[in-house]
Write a protein that binds this ligand. Structure first.
Ligand code: NAP
Length: 246
């Protein structure tokens, strides 16, 4: 049994997930640093957390795999006794114009971003319902609100995450579990690093605040939604986007 609050952050080996994991650990939580392929990077996050006096452990699980998620959460409960926070952050892009998009690229993005979020909520909610408490934070995107040419699969998956968030919030509210989403705009991570300088420049022009955000900007919002201070907030979508979607 772990005395500290236990937080699970999916896709915490890099980018926004990494920042969220570090921020939650700095607030005294034991953090499960989930990754899919980047074991070394996840171990680096653990080392960073420990260097600052926090605690966590790296755990592999492909969120797109329903049964793997079942075992992942079962093992966390067996080891730690409770799960207080789940941040569904794992996500991928496979961009392309609609007319050229393969069925495989559509499915892979939906399987990770939307079904992965469903799998984790499905398996964690059993434990949170028993506890009659919990905080779930899902990473959506402004693209799920506004759409984006070249990202039909990604936009559909993130719009789905918003619908899933609101439905789960309604189902779980009476048991003390809140479910909210964060919709980041463009944040400086590996996911946006692949964009050409021209696209980055053009995108920055569409952001009222004039520049991309940092992973920490999203992490601060996630930590708030995961905290006791946010106890009366559920089913909401918080844009962290420099004003992009307003
Ligand atoms: P990133 O730098 O590309 O990192 C993605 C993370 O997700 C990695 O830790 C990766 O783990 C993990 N992951 C991918 N597939 C997985 C799977 N099947 N199972 C478990 N983990 C998996 O992405 P990011 O920019 O930080 O984005 C994080 C989240 O924010 C995503 O949901 C993304 O859609 C959302 N978002 C990002 C932006 C942005 O501008 N960056 C904007 C809006 C929303 P491995 O390294 O092990 O593969």
């Amino acid at each position: 049994m772990t005395e500290k609050k236990v937080a699970v952050v999916t896709g915490a080996s890099r980018g926004i997930g990494r920042a969220i994991a570090c921020e939650l650990a700095s607030r005294g939580m034991f953090v499960i640093i989930n990754y899919n392929g980047s074991r070394e990077k996840a171990e680096e996050v653990k080392a960073e957390i420990e260097a600052k006096g926090g605690e966590g452990e790296a755990c592999q699980c492909n969120v797109a795999d329903y049964e793997a998620c079942r075992s992942f959460f079962k093992e966390i409960v067996r080891k730690h006794g409770h799960i207080d926070v789940l941040v569904n952050n794992a996500g991928i892009t496979k961009d392309g114009l609609l007319m050229a998009m393969t069925e495989e690229d559509f499915s892979r993005v939906v399987d990770t971003n939307l079904k992965g979020t469903f799998h984790c909520i499905r398996h964690v909610s059993r434990q949170m319902l028993k506890q009659r408490s919990g905080r779930i934070v899902n990473l959506a995107s402004v693209v799920g609100i506004c759409g984006n040419a070249g990202q039909a699969n990604y936009a559909a998956s993130k719009a789905g995450v918003i619908g899933l968030t609101k439905s789960a919030a309604k189902e779980l509210a009476s048991r003390g579990i809140t479910v909210n989403a964060i919709a980041p705009g463009f944040i400086r991570t590996d996911m946006t690093e692949v964009l050409s300088d021209k696209v980055k420049e053009e995108t920055a022009k569409m952001i009222p605040m004039g520049s991309f955000g940092e992973p920490k900007d999203v992490a601060k919002a996630a930590v708030f939604l995961a905290s006791e201070e946010a106890r009366y907030i559920t089913g909401q979508v918080l844009c962290v986007d420099g004003g992009m979607a307003m």
